[in-house]
Each structure stands twice: as structure tokens, then as C-alpha cells.
Design a protein around this ligand. Structure first.
Ligand SMILES: Cc1ncc(COP(=O)(O)O)c(C=O)c1O
Length: 418
């Protein structure tokens, strides 16, 4: 059955790359839980190593369940191919490392997920790689930071937890003017809300741990290649062998062949299966996440205990206009951040919640809350926290799909205690 006839994302997310005929009629792909694959002849194994058969060799390289997920996610983002990885961080590491050599630079925003910041600012530094960080929404600063050593621009569709939205179309224009690809971590948006490739991005990355699986039951990541960037340019002489082998998918081949395989960032097929299962309800969940988050954001603005709310859906958000232009018109994301009077008030508030879960995740169907300053950013120095807008009074809320009245009631009774 072909999925080409379905145009609406809500249908495609369910039916895309479905192949029950190949799965003994099952409506979900089998979990191929096997570390290695049998070959009938030595010739066939040799041909497979030579890339002539498309058969599987060893789970660290490829796995049939993972391939279903890869095809599905590539298609949903409008990409030409994908590599599924064991976590979102594995996807980010692989995508960046595939392009970086000692002495290289890249340009990124100062609104980054915590581990991405650590990877870029601390770990890459050890290998003489410089991440030039500017205000994520400042396109002029982004362009000014580009020089001869720059290899790519990297942004988040919605910055976590700053909730700012860079103009991806403009960032792509700038990148392409300088012969550079634009890499986008679109975890907080999902392709339901925003498809960066349609706006000009070249590579899209996700933590599938969040909205794709949606139930807090699987970790995973994915690197999706648009197949549109022209790597035959002076900045990328090292891509030549990959262009010779895979043409427009040279970058993805490099990610897979050099990094995914050798760093061992394999996705477990059970996690791919759970993610595929999660995709069946993703559009429905996103619809509710977006509607609930908007209502919760508006509700928070009515409470005197809440000093500020950051959510691109609010008309006074500096990112509202950009988000309105590049999202799908259905909403502005399921995550928001807000401020109370102090760290003590944040703790009191969180400790008073009865339904909302206090944990370090987002994109789950349950509403989740965290005080980033004292948890994910605990070991950061004050200057870095300030740079990343992580303040003591800040709370991050990932709004779930429960009845919004129950979410607001829980928040309301907890606010009453401070
Ligand atoms: C925006 C963003 N990117 C990447 C990641 C990393 O994903 P994972 O935890 O699957 O490695 C996260 C995790 O919270 C995230 O929020």
C-alpha cells in the first residue's frame, strides 16, 4: 500500500511507510531483536559488506525495525533519508561530528538544550573546535559570526528552555549565501508544528524521546538529511568520497559510515518499535499539547504570583511573530517557562503540586515540571547560566494532554501555597 496519496500530516503520520504485507499482516513492524544476521554464503556476506545487497549484517550497523522508523521520520520531515540513533544527543553528536574537524568552527544560538551546550562549549573545545554562540534570534549576529573556518549553522526551532524562535528561513538564506548547511534541532516543534526543511534547513535532528514516542517509555534520536545541500563546495573537500558513493545523501552516509557505526550510537529496535507505536497518536497528542499549553500560558499570566511567562503563543512574546509565520497555524509548542518570586517559591510551588510530575523530561503525555537552575544546570557557573537565561526564579513546564482544567487546578492550588 502506498502512502503517497495521503496529503494531510495527521493521516501520513499513521500510514506512511506502513507495510503489513511484509510483516505477515501485522499492523506494526516486528521487533528484530537479533545482534547479527545470518548469510547463506560467504559470497553474500562479502557482497553485503561491499554494499551490493542491502541485506543486514550486524545491529550496530543496521536493523530492519530501525529502518522502518528511519523511513517514516525522513518522509514526515520531507527529508530524503534518516539515521535513527540511541538518543537525541547521539543524533546531535553524530550530525555535528560528521562535519567538524580540529580547527573548525560553527555558529549557533545561545538558546540551547543543556547537553547540546555542554557538547558545543566544553567537549568540542577539547578537540580545538569552536562554537560561536550569538543571540539565537539575531540574524545579523549569526551572519557576522561566520568566517572561513565555519562549517555550519545550528539552531533549535524552539529554544529549550528559553522558548525563543529563530527565523529559520532567514537563517537558511544566510547559511546558503556562505555555502553552509543549516542544522536544526526541531525536538520541541515536531514535524506536526513545523517542518524546517520546507523553510530551507538542510539537516533536521530530533530527540524522539519526547513527542514522537510520547509516553516516556523510549529514548531515541534521528538525523534527517534533506538531500538538497550541495556539498560540492570549497568548504567540504572531505565530503568528496561520500558524494562519489551516495550523491545527494553524502552527508547522511558520512554520519552513518563514520560516526554512527564507529561511535556505536545504535538505536535499540524495541525503542524504534515504541517510537513507531507512538507516532500513531502523535498528531492527536500534539493537537492537545498545543491547545493545553496555550491555555496554561494564558492562565499563568492571570496569576499575581507569576512574574513572567515565556511562550511563543503569547502575543507579547518577542518570538510570536516569527513563530506565527513558520508554524502550522495550530499552535506554538507544548513547553513554556515562567518565573516566580524566588528559588524558594519555585520549590514550594513544585512540592505542592498533586498531579504534575517533577522530573527531567518533556514531551510526555503527562504534564511535567522542573526547576532547571537547581537540576539540569546545577553544575553550571553563574555567568553561563546567565548567558543561557537560566535564572533561579525559572520553572519549565511541559504541558501534557490531560484535561486542561485539571492541569490549571493543580497549578492554581500550588500557587496558592506560596
Ligand atoms: C531540544 C532538545 N534536544 C535534544 C535533547 C536530547 O535528547 P535525548 O535526551 O533523547 O538525548 C533534548 C532533551 O531534553 C532536548 O530538549
Amino acid at each position: 500500500m502506498s502512502s503517497a496519496k495521503y496529503h494531510d500530516f495527521r493521516t501520513r503520520v499513521i500510514h506512511e511507510c506502513q507495510s503489513p504485507a511484509d510483516w505477515e499482516g501485522a499492523t506494526l513492524p516486528p521487533i528484530y531483536q537479533s545482534a547479527a544476521n545470518l548469510h547463506q554464503t560467504a559470497e553474500n556476506l562479502s557482497d553485503t559488506f561491499a554494499g551490493k545487497t542491502g541485506d543486514h549484517i550486524y545491529m550496530r550497523l543496521t536493523n530492519p525495525t530501525n529502518q522502518v522508523l528511519e523511513k517514516k521520520l525522513a518522509s514526515l520531515e520531507g527529508g530524503a533519508g534518516a539515521v535513527a540513533t540511541s538518543s537525541g544527543m547521539a543524533a546531535i553528536t553524530n550530525a555535528c561530528m560528521a562535519l567538524l574537524r580540529a580547527g573548525d568552527e560553527f555558529v549557533t544560538g545561545n538558546s540551547l538544550f543543556m547537553s547540546s551546550y555542554v557538547l558545543f562549549a566544553n567537549i568540542f573545545k577539547k578537540y580545538d573546535i569552536t562554537a560561536r554562540m550569538v543571540e539565537s534570534t539575531d540574524m545579523a549576529a549569526l551572519e557576522e559570526a561566520i568566517n572561513d573556518k565555519t562549517r555550519f549553522i545550528y539552531l533549535e526551532t524552539i529554544g529549550n528552555p528559553k522558548m525563543d524562535v529563530p527565523n529559520l528561513g532567514k537563517a537558511a538564506e544566510i547559511a546558503h549565501r556562505h555555502g553552509l548547511p543549516l542544522l536544526v534541532d526541531s525536538t520541541l516543534a515536531t514535524p506536526y508544528l513545523c517542518r524546517p526543511i520546507e523553510l530551507g534547513a538542510d539537516i533536521v535532528i530530533h530527540s524522539t524521546t519526547k513527542y514522537f514516542s510520547g509516553h516516556g517509555d523510549a529514548t531515541g534520536g534521528v538525523v534527517i538529511d534533506s538531500g538538497k545541500f550541495n556539498w560540492q563546495n570549497d568548504r567540504f573537500p572531505d565530503l568528496k568520497p561520500f558524494i562519489d558513493r551516495k550523491g545527494p545523501l553524502a552527508f547522511l552516509d558520512k554520519v552513518w559510515r563514520e560516526h554512527h557505526i564507529n561511535f556505536g550510537t545504535t538505536q535499540a529496535p524495541l525503542h524504534s518499535y515504541l517510537t513507531i507505536l507512538g507516532l500513531d497518536t502523535m498528531a492527536l497528542r500534539m493537537e492537545r499539547h498545543l491547545a493545553n499549553a496555550h491555555k496554561v500560558a494564558e492562565f499563568l499570566t492571570t496569576r499575581p504570583e507569576v512574574k513572567w511567562v515565556r511562550y511563543p503563543g503569547l502575543a507579547d512574546s518577542p518570538s510570536h511573530q516569527t513563530a506565527s509565520g513558520q508554524f502550522n497555524g495550530q499552535g506554538f509548542g507544548g513547553v513554556l517557562s515562567f518565573g516566580l518570586g524566588s528559588k524558594e517559591e519555585c520549590f514550594k510551588f513544585i512540592n505542592s503540586l498533586k498531579m504534575v510530575y517533577n522530573l527531567a523530561n518533556l514531551g510526555d503525555c503527562k504534564t511535567l515540571i522542573i526547576h532547571p537552575y537547581s537540576s539540569q544546570y546545577l553544575s553550571f557557573d553563574e555567568q553561563t547560566r546567565q548567558k543561557l537565561s537560566i535564572t533561579e526564579d525559572m520553572i519549565r513546564l511541559s504541558v501534557g494532554i490531560e484535561a486542561v482544567e485539571d492541569i490549571c487546578d493543580d497549578i492554581s492550588q500550588a500557587l496558592d501555597t506560596i
